[in-house]
Design a protein around this ligand. Structure first.
Ligand SMILES: NC(=O)c1ccc[n+]([C@@H]2O[C@H](COP(=O)([O-])OP(=O)(O)OC[C@H]3O[C@@H](n4cnc5c(N)ncnc54)[C@H](O)[C@@H]3O)[C@@H](O)[C@H]2O)c1
Length: 247
């Protein structure tokens, strides 16, 4: 495998599981020193161990709730102190809740927005101040930003907001030499997919051919984060096996 991240330091949020873990493994196997940031320290450290086994020159598991700005700042402090200059962040941590729109409380909306939108915003703010030119940010949105199903109002709004944030950050980040892009995964075989009550109840039906693997998304994220994508800025890359294209 080519090692496109040799000499680079990458933070991946929500990297103890699913797409985040696959991304941390991919970046690490391509030479990145990787910070696995997730809610639970033990799970983050366990994932960091896997990243080392995949060939990363260094990996660090950190507890970081991305919805708290001070925890995000502390995560970046530790990254730079332990691994050196910071080059890549993948804003992957996400949360989904399921209920009818009229049952969403203000707190429900805020809780989801804080993780899925503000979490990325906090890391982008840090990157704008502390990343050097040449840095890359990849935001993990969702096809729910474009088309959605019932019962996921907060999630769909947050993921659509994340695309808007990507656009604004790409415009302002360009002058700083930073690239900001987004991926919109379709259905991906992770715990989040299988715990989805809309899937369990059959409200949302899935053709097996429309279900991707976490590694499929990690490959797209790695492309956007690496120097091959040097002219890719503000892109919103749908990675859904063509699911949304079907009539
Ligand atoms: N699985 C899918 O079908 C699918 C489709 C589209 C988009 N996505 C998006 O991909 C991303 C990863 O999802 P996944 O399917 O791998 O889910 P997952 O549940 O396997 O992993 C999510 C990880 O995020 C962590 N996390 C949650 N809240 C956090 C917080 N506040 N701070 C730090 N970490 C936090 C969890 O602990 C978990 O390890 C999410 O943003 C999700 O919305 C997933």
């Amino acid at each position: 495998m080519t090692r496109r991240f040799e000499g680079k330091v990458a933070i991946v949020t929500g990297a103890a599981s699913g797409i985040g873990l696959a991304t941390a493994l991919r970046l690490g196997s391509e030479g990145a020193r990787v910070v696995v940031a997730d809610l639970n320290l033990a799970r983050a450290q366990q994932a960091a161990q896997q990243v080392l086994q995949a060939g990363a020159p260094a990996a660090l598991g950190l507890a970081c709730d991305v919805s708290h700005e001070e925890q995000v700042a502390a995560c970046v402090d530790r990254t730079i102190a332990d691994l050196g200059a910071w080059h890549v962040v993948v804003n992957n941590a996400g949360r989904m809740i399921f209920k009818p729109l009229e049952q969403h409380s203000a707190e429900d909306m805020i809780d989801v927005l804080k993780v899925d939108l503000l979490g990325a915003f906090f890391f982008i703010k840090q990157a704008f101040v502390r990343m050097r030119p040449g840095g890359a940010i990849v935001n993990v949105s969702s096809i729910h930003a474009e088309q959605t199903t019932p019962l996921v109002t907060a999630y769909a709004a947050a993921k659509a907001g994340l695309l808007s944030l990507t656009r604004s950050a790409a415009i302002e980040g360009k002058a700083k030499g930073l690239r900001i892009n987004a991926v919109l995964p379709g259905a991906v075989e992770t715990p989040m997919l299988r715990e989805n009550p809309n899937i369990k109840s059959g409200l949302e039906t899935l053709d097996a051919a429309d279900v991707g693997q976490p590694e499929d998304i990690a490959a797209a994220i790695a492309y956007l984060a690496c120097d091959d994508a040097v002219f890719v800025q503000g892109a919103m890359l749908r990675v859904d096996g063509g699911r949304l294209d079907q009539l």
